[in-house]
Design a protein around this ligand. Structure first.
Ligand code: TYC
Length: 97
């Protein structure tokens, strides 16, 4: 739906869909590695990263950020690649926001 200012100004602004990126829990990835991923890939500070990691650990998944599709997809890919390089099964998924 067009925004009010778009209707009033006669312009159409692009507002691409946003995608949520979630980390998934597993039994093997170290807590420290998940915190490092949240800081390095999702730009969280240590406090936020630790809280998200614990939420994933306790609830099964946790929201890491909301991005345009191409950015969300790249973050999912980076998590998978860094996890594989470090021998962990850690996985991220995306979902339409
Ligand atoms: N459950 C893992 C452990 O006990 C920690 C963990 C947290 C793994 C978050 C993945 O996305 C994850 N070592």
């Amino acid at each position: 739906m067009a925004l009010k200012h778009e209707l009033e100004s006669g312009t159409t602004l692009a507002h691409p869909k946003q995608y949520k990126v979630f980390l998934l829990n597993d039994d093997y990835t170290s807590m420290d590695f998940v915190v490092d991923i949240l800081i390095g890939v999702f730009r969280k500070n240590f406090h936020e990263a630790h809280a998200i990691m614990m939420e994933v650990h306790q609830k099964g998944r946790g929201l890491c950020g909301v991005y345009p599709y191409e950015i969300a997809e790249m973050k999912v890919y980076q998590v998978g690649a860094m996890a594989r390089e470090n021998g962990f099964p850690l996985k991220a998924i995306l979902e339409e926001a």
